[in-house]
Design a protein around this ligand. Sequence first.
Ligand code: AMP
Length: 148
Amino acid sequence: MSEPMNTYQTDNIFAKILRGEIACEKVFEDKDTIAFMDIMPQSEGHLLVVPKQASLGLLDAEQVVIGPLFTTVQKLAKAAKIAFYADGITIMQFNGASAGQTVFHLHVHIIPRYDNVPLRAHGTGTEKATTIKLNAEKIKNVLNEMAE
Ligand code: AMP
């Protein structure tokens, strides 16, 4: 996907998800953020956290977006570690096509990791919808337990 001339485009896929025009396997939402499963996971349970406020990436985001975004990232990273019995969690965030960004609305990747297991390639290999749904349920169950 080409980089849209450094201006935010409202037809990007995450903007469509935020507007409810495209479905996603949502696991969490609050007033500032939404989290859903990545359809091309680099590891079992790979999910994305997206701020509702529009920006291309981290560099042009308003400072007020950052705190709530990473509060959700931390919450979901903890839940994913438990839900998928992960040894560790990789947090990734790309800015610009040269850096590997393919969707130009700020988002943070949360990727469960296992000892000696390499990441799958970025943005390749769409996961089965049933697996994505099952993984979303696992995270939601842990979030519910964390809230109790
Ligand atoms: P990035 O390359 O950092 O911009 O990441 C974009 C991510 O969005 C990739 O990991 C894709 O697998 C993922 N992705 C693309 N389309 C969708 C979608 N409709 N629902 C969920 N994840 C998506």
